[in-house]
Design a protein around this ligand. Sequence first.
Ligand SMILES: [Zn+2]
Length: 386
Amino acid sequence: MTTAGAFDFGTAGRIAFGPGRATELPSLINGWGTRALVCTGADPERHRQLLDTLPVPVELFPVVGEPTVEMAGIATDVARAVGADLVIALGGGSVLDLGKSVAMLLGNGGQPLDYLEVIGRGLPITEPSVAFVAIPTTAGTGSEATANAVLTSPEHGRKASVRSAFMIPRLALVDSMLTLGCPPQVTAASGLDALTQCLEPLVSGSANPITDALATAGLRRTAAGLRRAYLDGSDVEARTDMALAALLGGMSLANAKLGAVHGFAGVIGGKVTSAHGAICAALLAPVTAINIRALRDREPLHPALDRYRQAAGALTGRPDASIEEGIEWIRETVAALGVPGLGELGVQAGMVDDIVAKTGTASSTKGNPIVLTEAELREALDRSMN
Ligand SMILES: [Zn+2]
């Protein structure tokens, strides 16, 4: 929290949450546009029934794999060619991020590289996106409530964001029934991303009273739903807990900051093709343990230590749980969900120097509750390898 207690909070224009609510899409977007670009995963036919109910002509854009800078440019050209003035993204985090970029480009003109941070020109985004609807089919990234989209640039070997308050979806339609078909591995990786995206904002220096409440609730939902959703994908109650945890994580990170786990994950994600959530999961317990050790050594009165204690209570379900018990809960859960170490996820010894150097200056790392030394970052990475 800032010393003056001032903060901003922005989120999706409207959140429609609940199992089965995707059927309300046509009425929710009534009057929002005359032609829609609909971004989906690789197989749009999975959603044929829902797509057939839309009140406007539709141009489909299937997103295969991670969204790249080039793909966002092509999708925008398609949308411009058909005169789309509404973008609907129905899919996982990749699909949502691509759709969000296109909606921004339709509102502002130009190409992705004009606006991308780090690898592009980083021009300010001055105009609202065209109407954008985010309908997640995985429970993880929380992109339905965030103001940025992550695009990969294979030629730069890294990921970068386009970011603006104008990019927060006008509607987040969160229907946990759409996540029932998620395979266990995807449930595990995306669910552990949601967990990380609740924990990092809770301990970040940019937290505010609203993000605190949301992030804590998200941790409780994760504790209730994650293992159950992994073991039985058809458990609607567990799926609904995780859909809410992901949404709450997105709302939190969009208004507070992340931390070193996401700092690492952004850099590593540019080098290996493993799922973002799996990378976060491998890093989560080691980075948390090192953050806590650094805080106790150098800033023993830092409020983040109290936040870690709160998180331990929310995750274990025991308000008096110690920080160590919280870390142990994370370690056990990551293991129970079968997420391997970074070595198995593709990180090689030769990449370590570069990863440590780039993580130190990554934008997410700036949200970490304490500045970690290079040696600490190296140790955290080393302990995440297997
Ligand atoms: Zn994440």
